[in-house]
Design a protein around this ligand. Structure first.
Ligand code: FES
Length: 92
């Protein structure tokens, strides 16, 4: 995933915005990332990826790259189709 790819597809928030939020605001818990344009508060698909970015910002514990944007959106579609989350009504 590139910095300008959308990480939270519900609220159209890029990975760059989340990375900058982590760098500038230094949240204590991954849940505080919701203060970054509401990421993770829609269908929930991006929460594990937000957690990974949060963990990486703390100690660089994970070196697994995030999937590319196309695979990411495809996996999220399956996640929603499988009934794991519902996007907010104003987004797709
Ligand atoms: S993709 Fe982030 S909450 Fe749905």
């Amino acid at each position: 995933m590139e910095l300008d790819d959308e990480l939270c597809l519900c609220f159209h928030v890029t990975k760059r915005k989340v990375v900058n939020f982590l760098r500038i605001e230094k949240p204590k818990r991954a849940g505080e990332l919701s203060h970054c344009f509401g990421v993770g508060t829609g269908c929930g698909w991006c929460r594990p990826f937000l957690q990974r970015l949060f963990d990486q910002s703390q100690v660089c514990s994970s070196t697994d790259p995030l999937p590319d944007a196309g695979a990411y959106a495809e996996q999220r579609s399956r996640y929603i189709a499988d009934g794991h989350g519902t996007p907010p009504p104003s987004t797709s």
